[in-house]
Design a protein around this ligand. Structure first.
Ligand code: PLP
Length: 376
């Protein structure tokens, strides 16, 4: 049999999540803080829209890059006045499409790390090479133009930036974003931006990269309903891109994905028209949890709590307890029944990610267990 020419490693976050679920199914008392998705229900309007679409037999294919009415709703909601809108099965296929369309064999893409687990593979799948650029703790894990310059070569074609950031929860200030925008223009780079956590910023407001008109002709900006409307499983994402890039991406999506789910499109249309109260309420829930968890873990001996200004993650430096983050997570899971994600999954060994995507009482219990683990 022909050998597999390329093996894509599975996401480490998913495998730990699965291990925690396996232990749970076997009767262990597990608090799983690995999964990056809200534990709260999606808006009722979205559920009703799915039921109605099903009853109306809206189960056929829709256009490859999304239906016109939803694209229009996204344009209005996001204020994406320039460029073309694309809809697909979550942010992921849109990011893959963007990478596939602007990168190719021999190209390089700058990748600030720690980063979302799928990014390096998304870049590799396009044939290009991810070039890691470390984000420094003293800059709140936000990358700077100076940091990026160190990774530049004549082959650099793009920067992939996630803001607010998974796994650190870092949020870029307007000035910091402006520096990055100028850097991309000066070095003729595409800016692939992932703002799926844009609704979850707790201290001060959120600035989108779309707010800088000068970058729009080289910006592919991806967002999705997964986090904002707690409907990750329905797989519905949206993006804005310059017209020519969007056309190429639509072609890619037609072959790789087919089209978005027809029912999820109706759900998205409904939740987008609900207005801001839903994401705002979700943000308030996460904000309160973030504050409580940060306070509960702040004085842990051997642990430093970093980041956490946005998204729904805390980023813990655990080198004072165990320099091996994977071993830290395995032991914490086995001994105390708390599942966290090792920083190695995000190219940042020595750290762990805590997703506060469980209710307050479970989080309080998890904090107690982590404290016991770190102090015993
Ligand atoms: N981008 C980031 C930074 C994420 O953390 C995630 C999911 O965890 C995704 C994209 C995937 O989003 P979607 O479910 O819309 O594909």
């Amino acid at each position: 049999m022909k050998p597999l020419s390329r093996i894509v490693p599975p996401s480490l976050t998913m495998s730990l999540d699965q291990e925690a679920k396996r232990l749970l199914a076997g009767g262990r008392d597990i608090i799983n803080l690995t999964a990056g998705q809200a534990d709260l229900p999606m808006p009722a309007e979205g559920k009703a829209a799915v039921r109605a679409a099903l009853e109306a037999d809206r189960t056929g294919y829709v256009p490859a890059a999304g239906s016109a009415d939803l694209k229009e709703a996204v344009r209005k909601k996001k204020g994406w006045t320039d460029g073309s809108i694309l809809i697909s099965a979550g942010a992921k296929p849109l990011l893959n499409a963007a990478a596939a369309c602007v990168l190719g064999a021999g190209d390089e893409a700058l990748l600030p790390v720690p980063c979302y687990t799928s990014y390096p593979e998304m870049i590799r799948l396009s044939g290009a090479v991810p070039v890691s650029v470390p984000c420094r703790p003293e800059n709140g894990f936000c990358v700077t133009p100076d940091d990026l310059s160190a990774g530049l070569t004549p082959r650099t074609k793009a920067l992939l930036l996630n803001h607010p950031t998974n796994p650190t929860g870092a949020v870029y200030a307007r000035d910091a974003l402006k520096g990055i925008v100028d850097f991309c223009i000066a070095h003729d780079l595409w800016l692939l931006a992932d703002e799926v956590y844009g609704a979850f910023v707790y201290d001060g407001g959120f600035t989108s990269l779309y707010d800088f008109p000068e970058i729009r002709d080289r910006l592919i900006l991806v967002d999705s309903a997964s986090k904002t409307y707690a409907m990750a499983g329905l797989r519905l994402g949206y993006a804005v891109a310059p017209d020519a890039a969007a056309q190429a991406m639509a072609g890619y999506l037609s072959h790789a994905i087919g089209c978005p789910c027809s029912l999820s499109e109706r759900a998205a249309l409904a939740v987008l028209s609900v207005g801001d109260p839903y994401p705002a309420a979700l943000r308030d829930v996460f904000h309160a949890r973030r504050d409580r968890m940060r306070a509960a873990l702040s004085d842990l001996p051997g642990v430093r709590v970093a980041g956490g200004d946005g998204a729904f993650y805390l980023w813990l430096d655990v080198t004072g307890i165990d320099p091996d983050d994977v071993r830290f997570c395995r032991r914490l899971l086995t001994e105390e029944g708390v599942a966290l994600t090792p920083g190695s999954a995000f190219l940042a060994p020595g750290f762990v990610r805590l997703a506060y995507t469980k209710d307050a009482s479970l989080l309080a219990e998890a904090a107690n267990r982590i404290r016991r683990f770190c102090t015993d």
